[in-house]
Design a protein around this ligand. Structure first.
Ligand SMILES: Cc1cc2nc3c(=O)[nH]c(=O)nc-3n(C[C@H](O)[C@H](O)[C@H](O)COP(=O)(O)O)c2cc1C
Length: 207
């Protein structure tokens, strides 16, 4: 799970942008399970885009899954996890399973962080990235019924993240090491999610 502990908690204050909108008692949660930091950094990037669109008293909280309390208080939830062996990491799978009843009644978006881009040709034949993306989405929807959207982002994969044995196998398979994050793709997904939330906030205010 995330090694950074409580330092990673963030609740964004009201932004200064005049275009931002907000609604009373509305809370947005971005929660993640990260092993080596890239999922946490992507969650923070998503949070910063969304919070720039939202005005007080709506709040945007970014928390590791193991630090989320009072999940029912959030109206909009974005969940993300690092991918190991074509699945969300175990703490994320357990969290999803423990909270499936609450999550199935909420508006939920999901993101996975793997390295499909870094996989060598041989492994690509074993699992195309689209296939990996839809398999990951199916595992989530099997637990909570539906998601508004799911996306697979590339993260960072360094030699120090795995055992020497794994690294040798990875190289033999043609795999690469590095930081494969696509900032534009992350920003654009966060923009879309933010716009959907704003649309819903507008509907709430008119109701
Ligand atoms: C043991 C291990 C297994 C992994 N398995 C996969 C995988 O099946 N599919 C994938 O796309 N990425 C896989 N990765 C790459 C990670 O998902 C990637 O490094 C991601 O950025 C991890 O997120 P984190 O930095 O938040 O931990 C694996 C990495 C490790 C260390």
């Amino acid at each position: 799970m995330d090694a950074s502990g409580s330092q990673s908690n963030q609740v964004y204050p009201p932004p200064s942008s005049n275009n931002a909108v907000g609604s009373s008692n509305t809370k947005i949660l971005i929660t993640y399970a990260s092993v080596n930091g890239s999922t946490k950094e992507i969650a923070t990037q998503i949070g910063s885009i969304i919070s720039s669109k939202i005005q007080s008293p709506t709040t945007v909280s970014i928390l590791p899954m193991d630090q989320v309390t009072e999940l029912p208080q959030y109206q909009f939830i974005i969940i993300g996890s690092a991918v190991h062996n074509f699945e969300w990491v175990s703490p994320a799978k357990s969290w999803l399973s423990s909270n499936h009843t609450i999550l199935s009644a909420k508006r939920v978006w999901a993101f996975s962080v793997g390295t499909p881009f870094a996989v060598g040709k041989f492994a690509q034949r074993m699992m195309e990235s689209e296939e990996e993306e839809s398999k990951l989405e199916k595992a989530i929807t099997d637990e909570i019924g539906k998601v508004e959207d799911h996306v697979l982002f590339n993260g960072r994969f360094l030699k120090s993240h795995a055992s020497t044995r794994f690294n040798v196998w990875w190289r033999v398979m043609g795999g690469k090491f590095g930081d494969f994050r696509d900032t534009e793709k992350i920003d654009s997904w966060a923009e879309e999610v933010g716009n959907k939330i704003i649309e819903s906030l507008g509907e709430l205010e008119m109701a």
